[in-house]
Design a protein around this ligand. Structure first.
Ligand code: DC
Length: 217
């Protein structure tokens, strides 16, 4: 079984994906990591993330072990990593290069310990539209920019990262704009996606709604 969960930053995709993966014993692929890894590696190497050919070169050399290593860097999840990911993910050549790596995971899904799984949960912006167009169930999770910025701000605060709500909200607006206006695979729900607005729902309510749909399938 393949389930995709798409939507904007901090809508609750990752939390929902993690809970569903645990309940249904499915492998989990956070596809934003491939773009964060490419973007951050370029930033660390002092390279121009707007250079599409160079970014394509970095993308072509990305492997799972390299991505996991980069994910340990504190900037992987910070605004620095998020903005870099958003910029490199707007390059069509980068998306094309990273598509196979993402699609291959569905053919042989594995848990973090390397054991095979009977299916996978994908989270991202285009997993239901481009990466896994034949997924069994597609969710699109969204919430207002203010609600999402507050959730992300609290996460940063909990990690002791120095920022303000206004800065996080501005960052969110810039990324939403870039992710939804890019020419290749813009962020939008698949025609057959089930849409949840989580602005007024807590994670348990979203989880219960998703479980009902999965169980009915
Ligand atoms: O989900 P995230 O915040 O880790 O994603 C980081 C960036 O990567 C986001 O701004 C857009 C991009 N992304 C994408 O274009 N397609 C995906 N499937 C996942 C992420």
């Amino acid at each position: 079984m393949i389930i995709t969960i798409d939507g904007p930053a901090a809508a609750g995709k990752g939390t929902l994906a993690g809970k569903l993966a645990e309940k249904y014993k499915l492998a989990y692929f956070d596809t934003g990591m491939v773009y964060r890894a490419v973007g951050l590696e370029m930033v660390l190497d002092n390279k121009n993330i707007n250079d599409e050919s160079l970014a394509e070169e970095y993308a072509s050399k990305l492997t799972f072990p390299k991505m996991m290593k980069l994910s340990k860097n504190p900037d992987f999840r910070s605004n620095v990593g998020g903005q870099a990911a958003s910029v490199v993910s707007a390059h069509p050549k980068v998306r094309a290069t990273l598509l196979k790596m993402q699609q291959d995971f569905a053919k042989n899904p594995v848990f973090a310990d390397g054991n095979s799984a009977r299916g996978a949960i994908y989270d991202g912006r285009d997993t239901g539209t481009v990466v896994c167009p034949n997924a069994d169930i597609k969710f699109f999770i969204t919430a207002s920019p203010e609600v999402r910025a507050m959730r992300r701000f609290r996460e940063f605060e909990a990690k002791g990262m120095q920022t303000t709500f206004e800065a996080v909200l501005e960052d969110m607006r810039i990324r939403d704009e870039r992710d939804s206006k890019r020419a290749t695979a813009p962020m939008k729900p698949a025609d057959d996606a089930i849409i949840f607005d989580t602005s007024d729902l807590n994670i348990d309510e979203v989880f219960q709604k998703a479980c009902k749909i999965i169980d009915s399938k």
